[in-house]
Design a protein around this ligand. Structure first.
Ligand code: NAI
Ligand code: A1CAB
Length: 278
């Protein structure tokens, strides 16, 4: 799979929404060598982090331009989507590929408003900001090999791309990896606060927590062992970790049960967003 910068098939790209995620994706494409002159960002108030991209030649528009694009990426909030895509067909040709990263926005909704065309629902996550994300993707029946290759080339600038077989799985991906970084950050906050409660100086407790989460995360990526084995490697019989894990009840409920509830709440919320609930 070529990097997006070498992929002749990407063509003219319109990014609708230059906020956190749209900005992260744009930086990823530019880092991979995508020609800035091929990209238009449409956003009345883009993130300041996009200033270098605009300085490098990415075009900025406050409203949708009436010129056809080959690929349109939808990166506005789900609640804004209906309003934001109202005039979008002016910027599309019949075969324009649409890639939406919005939580809960369905292929049917996009087909209804944009016409029957190749549509991909993708779900990245914020480590995309440093090229360490992971993205789930699902395409409608009009997404053939070429559109799939184009999508993969664009999304893999943020990290691995996992194509799923059903649209329902995208809501599950959203609940696990789309929202997942927040669970990890909460764990880091909780760990640091627990250290402070023991008597550690707050800045030191936070350094210990950040490095522990980041180091354990990197070890999971680099190691051939499953996370459960890596956990066992830390846990000496009758040692300190065992005492802590008894409280977290790793094997019988506790954190695992809580995580099931949390992830299920995220998946159900994706369904509510799909139904247009605020
Ligand atoms: N933040 C995250 O962790 C993730 C977010 N997403 C999805 O990405 C999408 C964007 O989320 P964020 O980047 O976090 O939000 P954000 O609020 O940072 O960015 C949204 C951008 O859309 C712009 N916008 C609003 N109305 C517009 C319109 N009519 N036309 C053009 N642009 C308009 C805003 O000015 C803003 O810059 C959401 O649909 C979200 O579900 C997906 C994966 C992860
Ligand atoms: O919280 C949200 O709705 C978005 C989608 C996944 C991560 N952030």
């Amino acid at each position: 799979m070529p990097a997006v910068g070498q992929s002749a098939s990407v063509g003219r790209l319109l990014l609708l929404g230059g906020g956190n995620m749209g900005g992260a994706m744009l930086r990823g494409w530019m880092a991979e060598g995508l020609d800035p002159a091929t990209v238009t960002v449409v956003d009345p108030r883009p993130s300041e982090t996009l200033a270098p991209a605009f300085a490098a030649g990415v075009r900025h528009e406050a409203s949708i331009p009436a010129q056809p694009h080959d690929v349109v990426i939808l990166a506005v909030k789900p609640q804004m989507m209906r309003e934001a895509i109202g005039a979008l067909t002016a910027a599309m040709a019949p075969d324009t590929l649409v890639i939406s990263i919005a939580a809960g926005i369905t292929v049917a909704f996009l087909e209804e408003h944009l016409g029957r065309r190749p549509v991909v629902r993708a779900m990245p996550n914020t480590p995309a900001l440093i090229g360490r994300g992971i993205t789930g993707a699902f395409g409608n029946a009009l997404v053939g090999g070429v559109q799939r290759a184009t999508t993969t080339a664009l999304l893999k600038a943020s990290g691995p791309v996992e194509w799923v077989h059903s649209e329902a799985e995208i809501d599950m991906v959203t609940a696990v990896s789309g929202s997942g970084p927040a669970y990890v950050f909460l764990m880091a906050e909780a760990l640091a606060e627990a250290g402070v409660a023991l008597g550690l100086e707050p800045a030191l407790a936070m350094r210990l927590a950040r490095h522990t989460m980041a180091g354990a995360g990197e070890l999971m990526i680099r190691s051939d062992d499953e996370p459960a084995q890596l956990r066992r490697n830390v846990t000496s019989p009758k040692g300190t970790t065992e005492a802590a894990l008894k409280v977290l009840s790793v094997d019988d409920g506790g954190l695992k049960e809580l995580m099931r509830h949390a992830v299920d709440a995220a998946r159900r919320r994706a369904g509510e967003l799909a139904r247009g609930e605020a």
